[in-house]
Design a protein around this ligand. Structure first.
Ligand code: XLS
Ligand code: NI
Ligand code: NI
Length: 434
């Protein structure tokens, strides 16, 4: 018996359904632009937010009661695993994601922590086989324990680096064992709180070495999934080194990791970095490093990572359009890095949250489909750049023109006529298709 057993199995009911827990738009087998909806979205439940978060905030105690929050830690972890799969089975999404410390307790030593993790993995493996739910990605929690307060890979103490390396080795092997499709590195504490005590050059070198060690180990064990870095500009540190997509891209180039590592882009992290979510997805796609997405939303009035479930399909349609333009996420997916609010204390609230979230993504995908099928947006963009497809544009890009020849061209030609960017007309097209 688990606390989720009384919840209903979520079904597709269509837009006119009256059951509040029926899906209106997420019809997993529906063909959208030649692909099943589920294969576009590859939605995933985040173990930490759904089964570990307690409603604790900086001002107050936990508000969510779960039986596995108490008792002997290993027994509690096994109970949590059974409950998590009972919930996910009822929800019916294909994937989940976890940190090592979400699923298993930390032991007194690195060795004991690994043994505890292995013990819980057996249970999770059984549950995965029973339910058919797959692992989108695994990761290591290198930010909660006090040993990581000054960073994991970027810690001033190499002994902490070694501890983090052991943890990532175990978590990567656990991900491999469960058939995970990706492994995520989120550098929560890889940054600084003050420059007064921080050596930026050293910390960059340490982080680059760490990422290379992870990639080497991936190949050593034959893990075929993708290693992903998840950018975030701040919180918990004042400044995080993996600030945004462009910054991480520079890091990958600097440390020769291009082609080995892609990015996991989170909606709320994009906005914290001062970008739109669609900007971060489009940037990653244009640089060839789009890997996966952590889907959530922030709150425009709160300047932190509120990790709420998405509920606005129109907002999400432009990020979704960028994913569709990129041809999808490949082995990645949309992981609900989102949690229910502190006052949402009924277990049903967790199901409402996911049903609404996945329906919002489905609606956004359907809007993106209409935009693509309509074709005017892509046609307008292609037309805007048409000059670069032949003649002068192609010669410039091919490197056969010089400043000298271009100056001669400009001096002999009529001045170019400005053309409208047509933003309002394009916005109207999009709005009418939404
Ligand atoms: C926190 C991050 C975290 C990562 C996984 O802000 O989003 O949840 O996705 O460590
Ligand atoms: Ni995330
Ligand atoms: Ni986040």
């Amino acid at each position: 018996m688990t606390v989720f057993d009384h919840l209903p199995y979520v079904r597709f009911g269509g837009p006119d359904a009256t059951d509040p827990l029926a899906l209106r738009y997420y019809d997993k087998d529906l063909t959208v632009l030649g692909r099943r909806m589920e294969d576009w979205l590859r939605p995933s439940v985040a173990y930490w937010h759904s089964f570990v978060a307690s409603g604790l905030d900086p001002f107050g105690s936990p508000t969510h009661e779960r039986p596995w929050f108490q008792g002997e830690p290993l027994a509690a972890a096994l109970m949590k695993a059974d409950a998590a799969f009972a919930f996910m089975e009822r929800l019916g999404l294909p994937f989940f994601c976890f940190h090592d410390r979400d699923v298993a307790p930390e032991g007194d030593s690195a060795r004991q922590s690994k043994a505890l993790l292995d013990r819980v993995l057996e249970r999770i493996e059984g549950q995965m086989q029973r339910t058919g739910i797959r692992l989108l990605w695994g990761t290591a929690n290198l930010f909660s324990h006090p040993r990581y307060m000054a960073g994991a890979a970027t810690n001033p103490d190499p002994a902490v680096f070694a501890f983090a390396a052991a943890q990532v080795k175990h978590a990567l092997e656990a991900t491999h064992r469960l058939g995970g499709r990706n492994y995520v590195l989120w550098g929560g504490r890889e940054g600084y709180d003050t420059l007064l005590n921080t050596d930026l050059a050293r910390e960059d070198a340490q982080l680059g070495r760490f990422m290379n060690l992870v990639v080497e180990h991936k190949h050593r064990i034959g893990f075929t999934g993708t290693i992903l870095i998840e950018p975030k500009p701040m919180e918990p540190t004042k400044h995080q080194y993996d600030r945004d997509v462009a910054t991480v891209y520079g890091f990958l180039v600097r440390h020769k990791l291009l082609g080995e590592v892609k990015l996991n882009i989170e909606a709320n992290h994009a906005t914290l970095a001062g970008h739109s979510f669609e900007h971060e997805i489009a940037t990653a796609a244009s640089l060839g490093v789009l890997g996966s997405v952590d889907i959530n939303r922030g709150d425009p009035q709160n300047g932190w990572d509120t990790d709420q479930f998405p509920n606005n399909a129109q907002d999400l349609s432009l990020p979704m359009l960028e994913v569709v333009r990129a041809g999808g996420l490949g082995d990645g997916g949309f992981n609900f890095d989102a949690k229910i609010r502190r006052q949402s204390i009924d277990v049903e609230d967790l199901l409402h949250a996911h049903v609404g979230g996945v329906d919002t993504m489905a609606r956004a995908l359907l809007i993106a489909e209409r935009i693509v099928l309509d074709g005017r947006l892509d046609a307008a963009r292609a037309e805007r750049y048409a000059g670069w497809d032949g003649g002068l544009g192609q010669r410039i890009l091919a490197g056969t023109e010089s400043l000298q020849t271009l100056a001669e061209h400009a001096e002999n030609a009529a001045p170019p006529a400005p053309r409208s960017g047509r933003q309002e007309a394009l916005e109207n097209w999009v709005a009418r298709l939404s």
